[in-house]
Ligand binder design. Sequence first.
Ligand SMILES: Nc1nc2c(ncn2[C@@H]2O[C@H](COP(=O)(O)OP(=O)(O)O)[C@@H](O)[C@H]2O)c(=O)[nH]1
Ligand SMILES: [Mg+2]
Length: 191
Amino acid sequence: MNTQQNYKIIISGPVGAGKTTAIAALSDIVPVRTDARPTDEVAAAKNATTVALDYGTIELGAEAKVHLYGTPGQDRFDFMWDIMTDGALGLILLMNNAQPDPLADLRQFLSAFSDFLQTAPFCVGVTHMDVKSTPTLEDYHKAMSRQVRDRVVPVFSVDGRSRRDVNVLLMAMLGMIEPRILADVANSQAA
Ligand SMILES: Nc1nc2c(ncn2[C@@H]2O[C@H](COP(=O)(O)OP(=O)(O)O)[C@@H](O)[C@H]2O)c(=O)[nH]1
Ligand SMILES: [Mg+2]
């Protein structure tokens, strides 16, 4: 009998935030990517961007498996976000601090996912802080307090290329979904 728990988690955020990189850093399998050469305005910013989605999995001992789905960053794919959040347990938002107005980006993503976030837990990872140190994590907390009430949202500085950093984010997410799972992970790592 297969009693493995499956956790579907979504990673979203603007183009260039580090979603594809983060999933690749974490995934046990070769992540599925659908990067393609963009033909629009994004081409100026990046050579390859995710037009559909990224997918990776992480085994947590024998008991649990995380399925990570990265959304396409471009606005014109936002119809997919509703489809992707179906059955998802939580959302990780990656924000690129090197962008001109990352707090505005955050607000935009909070509105786009507002239905899902009414019930689902989420946390924020701020990437590219090595490139630009402001806004600070406190600025993110303040910016969110207007849109998100009655809950504390964890905000971390993460380098999307660092497995360790991204793992902290994932563990925070899992801890919000099901605190018990963190004890299981700790036990299986100690074994
Ligand atoms: N300097 C720096 N580069 C990063 C960081 N996180 C990701 N990157 C790089 O940013 C670029 C865009 O990342 P990508 O995963 O393609 O972003 P996506 O559009 O969200 O999927 C890649 O070259 C990454 O290696 C970070 O924290 N600092
Ligand atoms: Mg990508």
